[in-house]
Write a protein that binds this ligand. Structure first.
Ligand code: TYM
Length: 331
């Protein structure tokens, strides 16, 4: 089987519907056909300030949600980035073949540093995409399933891999971004032209996997729509309504056409009820299962340790190749 790698930050107490539809549901499907590595990127999380006790808790909560959503830790290597030292080690090497201008063109730094300005951001936030390239390249993956917002980082990863290979000899697989058109971008319920994100201006715009069903239903029922009253998919003219239709279709697998046809003559109230019911029935078992798993942190830690052992095996091999090619004297 070909390899696959993907990752998520443990920077909130819950994953959100964008993480779930854009990435996690793909991960669950793809683990059947790939040798999959799924990493919880705690080194990335500290590029912005984190409260230590919260970070520890959020890392376990993220692991529990992966497993609850269907990642099978026997089939796939589920692990924590800081358990595999090669990530930081390869990131250093890649830092040294990345141009300053090239790193400066990454739009995430511009977005995330906007509030405090670049001078108040960490250098870690600036080099974040290079650490992400290291995450990926260590595992020689063919595919990297992500949402649309990660496309630029995947392009950088491919550029760095190609550059290293041509300077030092064939070392890295050139990975493909695996982005599904339908779920590439889930939008904020209150601001449906912005992507759903944990840093949402209004918490009502963000559906969390760990939210209680009544909370989810309330958020969906107060989603921003429009005034023309027509249930029709049109991202430009009707971003709010289209986001709801897209969410429904992604969750249930029903096509957009057949779903909108089934609601002909009905109002936005009916649309919202259908979406809320679909989201609640998909997420409720995940939340319950995650809560159960969190009741036994020792077992979770054991699963993560076994994932790290599998990950270290291949990561150390790749790093050792890289050091060799660079001309480092090997011990
Ligand atoms: P993160 O933690 O922000 O998001 C995790 C995954 O969720 C996807 N996603 C979305 N998809 C659709 N609609 C949305 N509104 C939405 N919001 C988030 C993201 O595209 C991502 O796939 N830099 C990465 C973490 C990372 C990584 C990696 C990913 C570190 N190393 C290596 C892949 C491979 C990030 O911050 O994702």
């Amino acid at each position: 089987k070909p390899n696959l790698l993907s990752g998520m930050q443990p920077s909130a107490s819950s994953l959100h519907l964008g993480n779930y539809l854009g990435a996690l549901t793909q991960w669950v499907k793809m683990q059947e056909d790939f040798n999959a590595y799924y990493v919880i990127v705690d080194l990335h999380a500290i590029t912005v300030p984190q409260e230590p006790a919260q970070l520890r808790e959020n890392t376990r909560r993220t692991a529990a949600q992966y497993i609850a959503a269907g990642i099978d830790p026997e089939k796939s290597a589920l692990f924590v980035q800081s358990h595999v030292p090669a990530h930081a080690q390869l990131a250093w090497v890649l830092n040294c073949i990345t141009g300053f201008g090239e790193a400066s063109r990454m739009t995430q730094f511009k977005d995330k540093s906007q509030k405090g300005g670049a001078d108040n951001s960490s250098v870690g936030l600036f080099t974040y995409p290079i650490l992400q390239a290291a995450d990926i390249l260590l595992y020689q993956p063919k595919a990297v399933p992500v949402g649309e917002d990660q496309r630029q980082h995947l392009e950088l990863t491919r550029d760095l891999a190609t550059r290293f290979n041509s300077r030092f000899g064939q070392t890295f697989e050139i990975p493909e971004a695996h982005i599904l058109r339908e779920t590439a971008k889930i939008y904020d319920l209150q601001e449906p032209t912005a992507k759903m994100s944990k840093s949402a201006a209004d918490p009502k715009g963000l559906v969390n996997l760990m939210d209680e069903p009544s909370v989810i239903a309330k958020k969906i029922k107060s989603a921003v729509t429009d005034t023309d009253g027509e249930i029709r998919f049109d991202r430009d003219a009707k971003p709010g309504v289209s986001n709801l239709i897209g969410i429904y279709s992604a969750i249930t697998g029903e096509s957009i056409d057949s779903f909108t046809a089934s609601l002909q003559g009905q109002g936005y109230g009916a649309l919202k009820t259908a979406v809320a019911d679909a989201v609640v029935s998909a997420l409720d078992p995940i939340r319950n299962r995650a809560q159960e798993l969190l009741g036994d942190p020792a077992e979770l830690d054991r699963l993560l340790a076994s994932g790290a052992a599998k990950a270290n095996e291949i990561a150390e091999r790749t790093l050792s190749d890289v050091y060799d090619r660079l001309g480092f004297v090997r011990p």
